[in-house]
Design a protein around this ligand. Structure first.
Ligand SMILES: Nc1ncnc2c1ncn2[C@@H]1O[C@H](COP(=O)(O)OP(=O)(O)OP(=O)(O)O)[C@@H](O)[C@H]1O
Ligand SMILES: [Mg+2]
Length: 457
């Protein structure tokens, strides 16, 4: 009887709801009804429909705003919008905001059923893909924290201690040391694990949009805000909110964030009333926050609030004991992902890796293992070898002069570009300007050295 799947239909008109339920029922759908956008959101919190059919014009929350709020929680959930007054502009607007289809009243139910069958099939396969990808990643162990060095054992102990609580955690450590991985591990071991982990990169969002990103906004709160938007704090209600690169927050936003942490409530941009939120905060930074506080770039009151439980992740060069396990972990994981055996590391690999300074830490090792699985060890090791920190490795008398000089130049260039990328968080334009070279030129070099801007964002 309900073989076609569960559908949510939203319309403020009782007549439409009744007719729709009967007709879609005949077409084989199971239909949930809501008479307003707010009711629809409530229903979405407790049920799992495969598509939503919503009236466009409704008194409180209109169809497009409902879609935006629903998508904040269920990205990609198919929406079919329906209206009595079709204009090309509204249709285009609806589709642009993410609706899969647009119909005019009176509804032709055979047409709607066709559209819904298509949307439901798409949604089912999308969910399959997500589930399989999740299973693959889990099977490949990418979510796992590896390491048994004393420094990492201490990190694991702290994670186990703080995870069950709501305590605010500040993760510190150089780039690529696993701060985000630890943040996720804390969430997964917490009572909040069934709700989605929400992460915001404070550097990635332009300053003017940060407040709306955090707290959301009402429709029309500022130019361009065509629909209400649910902010990250509301999205993370009942869950964990991870604020990455928190040291980069602008002063105004720092003040607002502090207030939210004190009051446990947020106010959307353009809204009158505050909304209570229950959010566990985990933050991370690779900056020297104490220096930022001293120089007045970071509020000290916010610093104390965020720094309740500091956990510092060691750089890879300080935990060489973990290299064998990490190597095995990444080679195994990439071998599963790419469905090909990992080539065994040639003799002397470990010594070469131990002598390397790892400016990109575990992330750099992970990338290196990926390349090794795909392309073999030869190129990979010459790169690490060429970037060895020891004096001896810099000048190799076993090579002809030109080649030895070339190695040295390459090592220098790679380190130089890496540092600039880190300094400018992967912003190509800035790096090229700082280096005084063309962007095209920079891209060439990054390609040569296997550097990806994404690793430095
Ligand atoms: N101990 C570890 N075990 C397994 N994988 C790790 C470990 N530490 C880091 N990684 C992997 O290294 C990569 C970088 O980690 P992550 O993104 O957590 O770093 P980060 O500290 O947040 O860096 P950034 O400051 O640049 O954002 C990820 O792919 C992560 O899975
Ligand atoms: Mg990170």
């Amino acid at each position: 009887m309900s073989g076609e799947g569960l559908i949510l239909l939203v319309d403020d008109d009782p007549g439409t709801r009744k007719v729709a339920r009967a007709n879609l029922g005949l077409e084989g759908f199971e239909v949930l009804l809501a008479s307003s956008g707010a009711e629809a959101l409530d229903l979405l919190a407790g049920t799992d429909p495969l598509a939503v059919v919503s009236d466009l014009r409704m008194p409180d929350l209109d169809g497009i705003a409902l879609m935006a709020a629903a998508h904040a929680r269920r990205p990609g959930l198919p929406f079919v919008l329906v209206t009595a007054h079709a204009t090309v502009e509204t249709a285009v607007a609806a589709l642009r905001q993410g609706a899969v289809h647009y119909l005019t009243k009176p509804i032709r139910f055979d047409e709607l059923a066709l559209v819904l069958r298509h949307a439901v099939a798409g949604e089912r396969s999308r969910r399959d893909v997500l589930r399989l990808r999740g299973e693959l990643e889990r099977a490949a162990g990418f979510e796992e924290l590896v390491g048994s060095s004393p420094a990492m054992r201490q990190v694991f102990t702290m994670v186990d201690q703080v995870a069950p609580t709501d305590a605010t955690v500040l993760l510190r450590g150089e780039t690529g040391t696993g701060k985000e991985l630890v943040a996720r591990a804390i969430h997964r071991r917490s009572p909040r694990r069934d709700r989605p982990f929400v992460a915001v990169n404070c550097t990635a969002v332009p300053r003017e949009l940060m407040e709306s990103e955090f707290f959301g906004h009402e429709k029309g709160a500022f130019t361009g805000s065509v629909a209400r938007r649910v902010g990250r704090f509301e999205q993370a209600d009942g869950s964990t909110l991870f604020l990455d690169e928190v040291g980069d927050l602008d002063h105004t936003v720092q003040a607002k964030l502090l207030r939210v942490l004190q009051e446990q409530e947020i106010t959307r941009v353009g809204a009158q009333d505050a909304v209570r939120v229950d959010v566990r905060i985990v933050t991370a930074t690779n900056r020297d926050l104490e220096a930022a506080v001293k120089e007045g770039r970071f509020r000290d009151d916010l610093y104390y609030r965020l720094n309740v439980i500091p956990i510092t992740l060691p750089p890879l060069r300080e935990k060489p004991q973990d290299l064998p396990a990490l190597l095995e972990h990444f080679l195994g994981s990439f071998s599963v992902r790419y469905g090909r055996p990992a080539p065994p590391p040639p003799p002397g690999t470990l010594a070469a890796l131990e002598g390397y300074a790892w400016p990109g830490n575990v992330r750099e090792l992970r990338n290196l293992c990926e390349r090794a699985v795909l392309m073999g060890w030869a190129g990979v090791l010459s790169m690490v070898g060429a970037a060895r920190t020891e004096e001896a490795a810099l000048v190799d008398p076993a090579l002809p002069l030109l080649e030895a000089r070339q190695r040295l130049v390459e090592r220098f260039e790679r380190e130089y570009v890496t540092r600039l990328l880190r300094l400018h968080h992967g912003r190509i334009g800035e790096v090229a300007r700082a280096a005084g070279i063309a962007e095209r030129n920079l891209y060439e070099k990054m390609k040569t050295y296997g550097l990806s801007r994404d690793d430095y964002r």
